[in-house]
Design a protein around this ligand. Structure first.
Ligand code: NDP
Length: 288
């Protein structure tokens, strides 16, 4: 691919991306709303553009690393004519539909669009541990591939532009729920004087031991057979009731646990008390 790249947005992630692309040997032009943030980049050899349009003109591939979907559209829409014929790689965290929306807009304006999702923190950019998901135009992926490979481990998830965002948000949802679990345990153990560090170490070991169960749950769901004789909805309701009561006895809110109980109660109320508890997946699937 050609060597002229543009990076729009120089926050923590955009700066890491611009830095990595420059050190990989590309000619990099940067733009940032707060122009002062371009200084370290120009000092290191990047070019700064005064406007998004000028930045777009300078690059064959334009990386977008702004804050959110709204800021992307705020700045890309007026520069559409300058982006025509270019490859745009949008690394901003968005929802699947926002990604599809931007892809449709790009197609209308002759822009070759690849949606991306960064599964890494800025310090990881440029290492194989940084996982970057991409979806959308396969041609865009092929054109930008060499540059993408300098950022981390690239994974093309499919032609639907929303797929990278879907996987990104699904994995982030799993992380979010897991980390909230840490907080619940820390809040409970703190009532007995345990430090957060001690409890975090305990939780880490416990979750590591439990992780293989995730695959067992997946097998039940993929088989759609919720009668394997594993832990049932009713069994789980009793277990969860103990967790909720124990939390409250210690003066700790059960607000994080209650939604789980509601889902189990709904299953029991619809005659699925004896089902394997992963049947809860049915309650999570709602009409769009
Ligand atoms: P920062 O908050 O560090 O930077 C935000 C960037 O967006 C800045 O360049 C800021 O410009 C710009 N910006 C915000 N609002 C606007 C606007 N309305 N118009 C123009 N520019 C705007 O965020 P990050 O760099 O960390 O994150 C960038 C993207 O990367 C986000 O979508 C984030 O979810 C994603 N990401 C970040 C990760 C991380 O660990 N940091 C991990 C994975 C993904 P200005 O300097 O002028 O304020």
């Amino acid at each position: 691919m050609q060597g002229n790249l543009t990076v729009l947005g120089l926050g923590a992630m955009g700066s890491a991306v611009a830095h990595r692309l420059r050190t990989a040997g590309y000619t990099v032009t940067v733009w940032n709303r707060t122009a002062a943030k371009t200084a370290p980049h120009t000092a290191a050899g990047a070019h700064a553009a005064p406007t998004v349009a000028a930045a777009a003109d300078a690059g064959d591939v334009v990386f977008v690393v702004l804050l959110d979907h709204a800021s992307v559209r705020e700045h890309l829409d007026p520069a559409a004519a300058h982006l025509r014929g270019k490859v745009v790689v949008n690394l901003v965290t968005t929802t699947p539909n926002q990604a599809r929306d931007t892809a449709a807009w790009a197609a209308d304006h002759g822009i070759t669009y690849l949606d991306g999702a960064v599964m890494a923190v800025p310090d990881m950019i440029g290492t194989p541990e940084a996982r970057l998901l991409y979806s959308g135009d396969e041609n865009a992926y092929a054109i930008a591939r060499t540059a993408l490979d300098t950022l981390g481990t690239a994974e093309y998830t499919g032609t639907d532009p929303g797929l990278a965002a879907l996987k990104d948000t699904a994995l982030l949802a799993a992380m979010d729920l897991m980390l909230m679990g840490y907080l619940q345990a820390i809040a409970m153990m703190r009532t007995a004087g345990a430090t957060a560090a001690d409890t975090a170490a305990e939780v880490e070991a416990w979750l590591a031991a439990m992780l293989p169960h995730g695959r067992e749950i997946a097998a039940i769901i993929d088989g759609a057979a919720y009668d394997t004789g594993g832990q049932s909805v009713d069994f789980d309701r009793h277990g969860l009731a103990s967790l909720i009561t124990a939390s409250r006895e210690q003066g700790v809110s059960a607000a994080l646990l209650e939604p789980h109980r509601r889902l189990l109660d709904e299953l029991a109320a619809t005659g699925h008390g004896a089902s394997d508890w992963p049947r809860i997946i049915d309650r999570l699937t709602v009409p769009r």
